[in-house]
Design a protein around this ligand. Structure first.
Ligand SMILES: [Zn+2]
Length: 270
């Protein structure tokens, strides 16, 4: 790990975000838990690995012949906190890495204690890197910056600055938190929005309205809503957030792809 400052955006080179799963807290029919693949020109990073995400990652990066396995092409993983809906499929990746002979252990960035919670602290195919609020790290083309959120156990939001711009991921958080803790100049916010206003007050999570309010206090132009409880209507959360945030709002869907280029976001039509 080094402490170099985040690198700047490189003109004309993009960062792609693929949603591996976006169900919040538990998994709904045909859904998957939190998981996001970030791809630069030659760096692949995963943010969280909730239930059902490993298979989707294999579909994107592996192949039926299993010569190109997901972990063989992955450069690192961030696990934001110890709740299992954010890391359960790390077990699949660790086993795959050990049985297919990944060259070198897979770096996993996580708060203190997460390795022990997962039961994978001593796994030979993983290289745990303990991070905390304020930590700065580099992984290939990406620079990472972490900030603690408003959530029960130590939970780290992460800023990923890469060739296409800067993305902030809230992980899980309640309303007593600010995007500015990840620094200024975020281009896109991947924000949790677990429910609607009727559930406001439930600790450690946001309604669509609250997510919109937090985003409005940043200078980001785009927000992608995620971590929605499967029983909550996507359209309701989206409307709430859109009323509170003056930028562009998307509701994440499993498999959706967002391209960040020159600090601006385009989608693949999802
Ligand atoms: Zn959580």
């Amino acid at each position: 790990m080094n402490t170099s400052p985040p690198t700047g955006t490189r003109h004309g080179v993009d960062t792609t975000l693929v949603v591996l799963g976006c169900d919040g807290s538990w998994v709904g029919p045909h859904g998957a838990g939190s998981g996001y693949l970030l791809r630069g020109a030659h760096t692949n990073l995963v943010l969280d690995l909730g239930p059902g995400t490993a298979g989707r990652l294999a579909g994107l990066m592996g192949g039926p012949e299993a010569r190109a396995t997901p972990t063989g092409l992955l450069d690192g993983v961030v696990i934001t906190h110890r709740h299992a809906d954010h890391w359960s499929d790390l077990h699949s990746l660790a086993t795959e890495a050990s049985l297919t002979g990944r060259p070198g252990p897979l770096p996993v960035f996580a708060p203190a204690g997460v390795a022990e919670t997962t039961g994978l602290s001593g796994h030979r195919s993983l290289s745990w890197q303990v991070v905390g609020s304020g930590s700065l790290c580099s992984l290939g083309e990406f620079s990472l910056r972490f900030a603690r959120t408003d959530h029960g156990p130590e939970t780290l939001a992460v800023r990923v600055t890469g060739p296409g711009g800067s993305l902030g991921y809230s992980a899980d958080t309640g309303p007593n938190w600010a995007w500015s803790t990840l620094g200024e100049g975020l281009d896109v916010l991947l924000s949790e929005a677990s429910f609607t206003v009727s559930e406001e007050g439930f600790p450690g999570h946001l309604s669509g309205r609250q997510a919109g309010q937090l985003a409005e206090r940043s200078n980001a132009g785009t927000m992608i809503l995620t971590h929605r409880w499967p029983t909550v209507a996507a359209a309701d959360v989206l409307v709430e957030a859109g009323e509170a945030f003056s930028g562009t709002v998307y509701q994440a869907e499993t498999g959706a792809t967002y391209v960040l280029k020159d600090g601006r976001v385009t989608t693949d039509g999802h």
